[in-house]
Design a protein. Structure first.
Length: 157
């Protein structure tokens, strides 16, 4: 995938993160794209609204892509997400056989890569994915910072 396509799809993921922000959800947006560049599925966090711990943007997008393709194997797909996947989401990415993962902001407190877990390269697993981070990281990080800054301002009142 070339740089311009990555930037284009990350911009779409950022749009989804803004939707999450507007619904008072942690602003993470995700989309899944096939090898031809068609968007198969998109989502954003709905954990607070649904009160379901697993309703991260990546999990919801994987579920929607699987439904659309009528297969749990998303072999020829790439996932774009505004925040580094957590261990749960990285596990789902591996299980669904996604080929590439492109993410924006690193997550030193909860990210699977920043935590040193590197599930995507574990030698005992039968699938590995290509992972690339830091795409549009300033924009992705800013929306997260703005969200939590807003949350903290309500606590001070």
């Amino acid at each position: 995938m070339d740089f311009n396509n990555i930037q284009f799809h990350m911009s779409k993921a950022i749009d989804l993160a803004h939707k999450a922000f507007n619904f008072n959800e942690v602003p993470v947006g995700c989309l899944i794209v096939d090898d031809e560049g068609h968007i198969i599925a998109e989502s954003y966090n709905t954990k607070e609204y649904d009160q379901v711990a697993t309703h991260h943007a990546e999990i919801l997008a994987i579920e929607r892509a699987s439904q659309k393709l009528n297969s749990w194997r998303l072999i020829d797909c790439s996932l774009y997400v505004t925040l580094e996947p957590c261990p749960m989401c990285m596990g789902a990415i591996i299980q669904s056989r996604i080929k590439n993962v492109y993410f924006g902001a690193y997550d030193p407190k909860g990210g699977a890569i920043s935590q040193g877990l590197n599930i995507h390269q574990h030698p005992n697993l039968n699938h590995r994915c290509h992972l690339s981070g830091g795409h549009k990281h300033r924009e992705c990080g800013k929306i997260l910072s703005d969200f939590f800054k807003q949350k903290r301002s309500h606590y001070r009142k």
